[in-house]
Design a protein around this ligand. Structure first.
Ligand SMILES: Nc1nc2c(ncn2[C@@H]2O[C@H](COP(=O)(O)OP(=O)(O)OP(=O)(O)O)[C@@H](O)[C@H]2O)c(=O)[nH]1
Ligand SMILES: [Mg+2]
Length: 380
């Protein structure tokens, strides 16, 4: 009787799993969520009407970008190269923040010839490129996808425009509340949960419901950016603190955790604009001394910084790279646990005999890689 019951429980555990997406704001949770959705024939984004609704999110992202750009140019005391852009800049600066909620107005700016001319003229201005290709870029919250959407501007402004699946992946829509996508994979029914994790949204979701798997997104370009929420705190610091709190939570001790290293493409794109010296000046990157500066060496270093904060041992932690251009493979690899792995053990504690000239007791030291003879000990 007892055996039958435990068999049923075991069957239940493998036939259903709840997967929770975690990570700081803008770390790529919703991109991954949409990648999961788009792999499913029945997903909402395969429906044209749903996608048509999403075009306003894309339009509002473009307008927000130009408003922020005007502010950046003014604060950097730069001049627009093209004379018309002084006036265009006044136009965007004067738009109030709620413009993003007014669909008709958004459409009329994007679809009118005058609006399109303003946008094209500002985009082609050398000053815009100066802002976006230099350190000015990281002092503002520009969002990540403007290059993608501007490369498709001619398509977006058409009367019959319906966002493509790729557009859906790129659009930025801050998650509020909880979104759930259900799908079946190899006879297991899965429920994937996406939650807003910007500071204002960061409720303690971990213990709200039991989960079998957590996917924790870590952005690889975090050391270059400041937080969306205050524009001051380094995203690396924010991300490491968030990671430490989540991974060591008692609710996750027996839960499988997959780290997804995101934004690799953005980092790759930015690397030619930054020297090793400049990287080392970013908070948290001071000890970064790679043989070669590339996405992989930065990813390894950032991963180590995070794993050093794990305090619930031993842990086998799987990780994988994902960005907006990754193929559907990544989703399948996450589901199959086809990952890279790191083992995290408790640091070794060694007992040392006390030197002859101090009272006979034993002291505990954490083993460190430096020579202990160099360390000066004082005893009361
Ligand atoms: N190029 C590129 N853009 C990315 C990547 N991951 C996320 N983005 C972009 O970064 C922005 C934020 O990504 P989201 O997935 O919405 O971030 P999130 O973690 O869900 O953020 P919240 O909902 O605020 O907690 C969006 O504009 C994405 O298109 C990536 O790997 N590469
Ligand atoms: Mg989100």
């Amino acid at each position: 009787m007892g055996n039958k019951k435990s068999l049923n429980i075991a069957q239940q555990t493998i036939s259903r799993q709840r997967i929770l997406l975690l990570g700081t704001g803008e770390s790529g949770k919703s991109v991954l969520y949409r990648q999961f959705c788009l792999g499913d024939e029945n997903c909402l984004f395969k429906n044209e009407d749903t996608r048509r609704e999403c075009k306003y999110i894309i339009y509002s992202g473009i307008i927000k970008f130009f408003k922020t750009l005007c502010l950046a140019v003014e604060e950097a005391n730069l001049k627009w190269e093209l004379a018309d852009n002084m006036n265009n800049s006044i136009f965007f600066t004067d738009l109030d923040d709620d413009i993003c909620l007014r669909r008709n107005e958004l459409s009329s700016i994007i679809k009118s010839t005058i609006g399109q001319n303003r946008i094209r003229s500002m985009w082609s201005d050398a000053t815009t490129q100066t802002i976006l290709r230099t350190k000015h870029k990281h002092a503002y919250q520009f969002g990540y996808c403007i290059f993608y959407f501007m490369s498709r501007f001619d398509v977006l402004v058409r009367e019959d425009y319906i966002p493509s699946q790729n557009d859906i992946l790129h659009m930025r829509c801050k998650t509020t509340g909880i979104t759930e996508h259900s799908f079946v994979n190899q006879n297991i029914s899965n429920s994937l949960i996406d939650v807003g994790q910007q500071r204002g949204e960061r409720k303690k979701v971990i213990h709200c419901f039991p989960v079998q798997k957590v996917i924790l997104c870590l952005a690889l370009d975090c050391f270059l950016e400041t937080c969306y929420e205050d524009n001051v705190t380094s995203r690396l610091t924010e991300q490491i603190n968030y990671f430490e709190e989540s991974i060591n939570s008692r609710f996750l001790v027996n839960v499988e955790v997959v780290l997804v290293l995101t934004h690799g493409d953005l980092l790759q794109e930015y690397l030619p604009n930054i020297t090793l010296q400049e990287i080392k000046c970013c908070g948290g990157m001071e000890n970064f001394d790679p043989k070669e500066v590339n996405v992989k060496s930065i990813a390894e270093y950032i991963l180590d910084l995070h794993l050093a904060r794990v305090t619930t041992y031993p842990r086998k932690i799987g990780y994988i790279y994902n960005d907006i251009y990754s193929s559907a493979d990544v989703v399948q690899k996450i589901l199959d646990n086809n990952l890279y792995y790191r083992d995290v053990y408790e640091p070794e504690v060694v007992e040392w005999d006390v030197p002859y000239h101090v009272p006979a007791k034993k002291l505990l030291f954490i083993k460190v890689p430096t020579s202990l003879t160099d360390v000066f000990f004082s005893f009361d």
